[in-house]
Unconditional design. Structure first.
Length: 209
């Protein structure tokens, strides 16, 4: 009967199959829920979990895909490179200024002091430098030594994503206005998906004009 095509008149109901309920697969054992594989299917027919013949299993056992497709090439993971090596001697350079009030002088209200802000990619540290002018009478050169600048009271520090042109950088009570950067800095920021704002001009010191 199994070899006949499934056409009207060729399908006969087996009178020995009287139970068509679905076997339950959930049970309790020692107070815990357990699952068990059903042994019989609908109608009481025995379930054959392995539908492959012995010959097919033997053929599958001796099947070696590497003889057909070749050996699988295991790709070695990329070598870990620490940031201190990957970003060694790579520095972002920004140009800006800050205004210093001059309360002790009747001729000056404030001074415009141009600075360079250096951001070291290897350890996220910053440094602020000022060009030394002769006979200026004020401390110049290295304004703030190199270290990680605090961003807020929660212990966060400034990251390169926090620095852009046309923005103010508040460091230890001083507000630095960032106006420009060099070509490498602009190219590197854009490679990280950061839009670099338009360049601003550093205003001249009114006392020197």
């Amino acid at each position: 009967m199994e070899g006949l095509p499934r056409l009207p008149g060729n399908a006969f109901r087996d009178p020995t199959q009287t139970s068509f309920h679905v076997s339950h697969t959930l049970d309790f054992k020692n107070g815990h829920r357990v699952t068990k594989w059903p042994e019989v299917g609908l109608g009481g027919t025995r379930i054959n979990y392995n539908q492959m013949s012995e010959d097919e299993l033997e053929l599958l056992k001796n099947y070696r895909p590497e003889l057909i497709y070749g050996k699988v090439v295991v790709q070695t993971p990329d070598k870990f490179v620490p940031a201190t090596v990957a970003f060694d001697k790579k520095v972002l350079r920004f140009f800006g200024y800050f205004q210093q009030t001059v309360p002790e002088s009747p001729n000056e209200y404030y001074r415009v002091r141009p600075v360079k802000i250096l951001y070291y990619l290897e350890d996220d540290s910053l440094e602020i430098l000022e060009e030394v002018q002769e006979n200026s009478g004020i401390p110049q050169g290295k304004l703030i030594r190199r270290h990680r600048f605090p961003k807020n009271d929660q212990g966060e520090t400034y990251n390169f994503r926090d620095i852009n042109l046309g923005q103010n950088l508040s460091i230890y009570g001083k507000v630095f206005r960032i106006c420009d950067c060099d070509a490498f800095t602009r190219e590197w920021l854009e490679s990280e998906g950061i839009y670099v704002n338009e360049t601003e001009l550093i205003p001249r010191d009114p006392y020197l004009t």
